[in-house]
Design a protein around this ligand. Structure first.
Ligand code: NAG
Ligand code: NAG
Ligand code: NAG
Length: 317
């Protein structure tokens, strides 16, 4: 009885909504929302061979819930979502439509996006500037085409073994070893998380892994129209998966409001391994970006006021 009351209270305090969302082409996506929709909107999109569970530590955090309405989903090809089979199913526009479908279902508007990046290029190419309020990049690569260039050697060396389709033993050995490199302080990586990482990869047929990593994207509009997008990049000191410091250097010149945060004693999952540091930076980033946007809006209102009053004077003259 008491337990039931607690469960009900907990559910009221942080309602979790889990739904299947159907994208424009009919692909089913698994999506979840949690928190108070009147708060700042934050969409979490995972990276390669991953799943939305890589955000558990954020999505379940009272501190994040205090600040954000959070929405997360498994991208097509991953986790609990559909994994269609053809090259055309992984065109950039499909990933933009998926983002749009999920955000529409949960009434999300101009969210901040926390991501390992790739979906930003899709959003900009097909939905344009203004769709999102800011980018929070957790040591990701800019596009799938640039994945090879910016993948760190320990993961790059394992890639052929992980991607091949002839020897299960070889693939599993390499996945397990890869999972163990995701934290700098390996004994501190929760065993459950390690097992999940191996599982995320197993959910994807080898063919689908290949399709998502070889898909084509166009980063032009992100780099041109997105110049003023507030952007924060976390570059962990001991990232064994991505050359994140190099990615930060590559991205920085393309944005006017770009911040690189070096994360000491950290591997490829900064939101998890350096939870407090990342949280504090994210909160400050969102606060500043929102304040800058308010100033801009007030400027516009101001201009509109002057325009309208001039117009009124002319009209009455
Ligand atoms: C989104 O908004 C519509 C219309 O206001 C509402 O009916 C629906 O319940 C909302 N969905 C969510 C997930 O809040
Ligand atoms: C598969 O990989 C394992 C581990 O590397 C190796 O020992 C084994 O010989 C391989 N099997 C075949 C058939 O190549
Ligand atoms: C990328 O997008 C830009 C701007 O929309 C366009 O001019 C360019 O041709 C595109 N590049 C490719 C390879 O499609």
């Amino acid at each position: 009885m008491l337990a039931a009351a607690f469960v009900a209270l907990f559910a009221l305090a942080q309602p979790l909504l889990a739904v299947d969302v159907y994208s424009k082409d009919g692909t089913r996506l698994y999506a979840e929302a949690r928190g108070d929709p009147s708060k700042t909107h934050l969409v979490l999109t995972h990276g390669f061979m991953s799943s939305t569970h890589v955000f558990d530590v954020v999505f379940d955090s009272e501190e994040y819930l205090d600040k954000f309405y959070m929405v997360r989903y498994d991208m097509r090809g991953y986790g609990w979502s559909d994994k269609p089979n053809h090259v055309k199913d992984y065109e950039s526009i499909r990933f933009a439509e998926d983002f749009q479908a999920v955000t529409q279902v949960f009434n999300v508007s101009r969210p901040f996006v926390m991501t390992w990046t790739v979906v930003l290029a899709d959003i900009y190419e097909h939905l344009g500037h203004g769709t999102i309020a800011g980018a929070i990049n957790l040591a990701g690569v800019p596009t799938s085409e640039l994945a090879t260039k910016y993948t760190a050697k320990p993961l790059l060396d394992r890639f052929p073994a992980i991607m091949q389709n002839n020897n299960v033993t070889l693939a599993n050995e390499n996945l397990v070893a890869f999972a163990a490199t995701l934290f700098y302080d390996r004994p501190r990586m929760p065993q459950q998380l390690q097992a999940m990482v191996v599982g995320f990869a197993a959910y994807m047929p080898q063919h689908v892994k290949e399709l998502v990593i070889t898909r084509k994207q166009n980063i032009t509009r992100l780099f041109t129209e997105g110049r003023d997008l507030p952007y924060i990049y976390f570059a962990p000191e001991f990232d064994m998966s991505v050359k994140s410091a190099e990615v930060a250097k590559f991205l920085a010149p393309h944005f006017n409001n770009f911040k690189t945060v070096k994360v000491p004693k950290c591997g490829h999952l900064p939101q998890w391994e350096q939870f407090d540091l990342v949280k504090d930076e994210v909160f400050a980033f969102v606060r500043n970006a929102a304040a800058a946007e308010r100033v801009m809006k007030e400027d516009h209102t101001h201009q509109a006021f002057f325009y309208n009053s001039r117009f009124a004077v002319q009209a009455s003259a």
